[in-house]
Ligand binder design. Structure first.
Ligand SMILES: [Zn+2]
Length: 147
């Protein structure tokens, strides 16, 4: 995954969690400056809510906060941050140390990147469409960077 889209996914996920309360990512996809984030969600969000998600993500980019990466003992990481660090991507049991990526107070999960060092250099995020799939209880959010 490229650095721009990977970093944008962390920023966008924080906004999705903040605005919509969706906490678990089920899949991610990148293709050049385009990306897609899929999260578990029971309801179809309104246009206004999705606009708030986009604004919230771009505000976090403007704030230019650090995107920190660090390694941590697995047990300690689970105790400190909870299972949320895995989203829906299980990590084999034999892995005892995790690489965590954190935007303070916004988003944390296991990810090796690559990432920007701060949100300020991440291109702006435009949500181009979204699709709610009730049977799967998933929300797919397609976005484009830097436009
Ligand atoms: Zn990442």
């Amino acid at each position: 995954m490229n650095k721009d889209v990977d970093s944008a996914l962390h920023v966008l996920k924080g906004a999705v969690q903040d605005v919509l309360g969706a906490t678990l990512t089920t899949s991610v996809f990148a293709d050049g400056p385009k990306g897609r984030l899929t999260v578990e969600m029971g309801q179809n969000p309104s246009d206004e809510e999705m606009q708030m998600v986009e604004e919230s993500a771009n505000r976090k980019i403007e704030q230019n906060v650090p995107i920190e990466m660090f390694r941590m003992d697995r047990e300690k990481a689970e105790l400190t941050y909870g299972d949320i660090i895995y989203d829906r991507f299980p990590i084999p049991e034999e892995v005892k140390e995790l690489t965590l990526t954190m935007i303070g107070g916004w988003n944390i999960n296991c990810c090796r990147g690559p990432h920007h060092k701060r949100t300020g250099t991440v291109p702006s995020i435009r949500i181009v469409k979204w699709r709610h799939r009730p049977a799967r209880r998933e929300l797919e959010i397609s976005f484009m960077l830097g436009t």
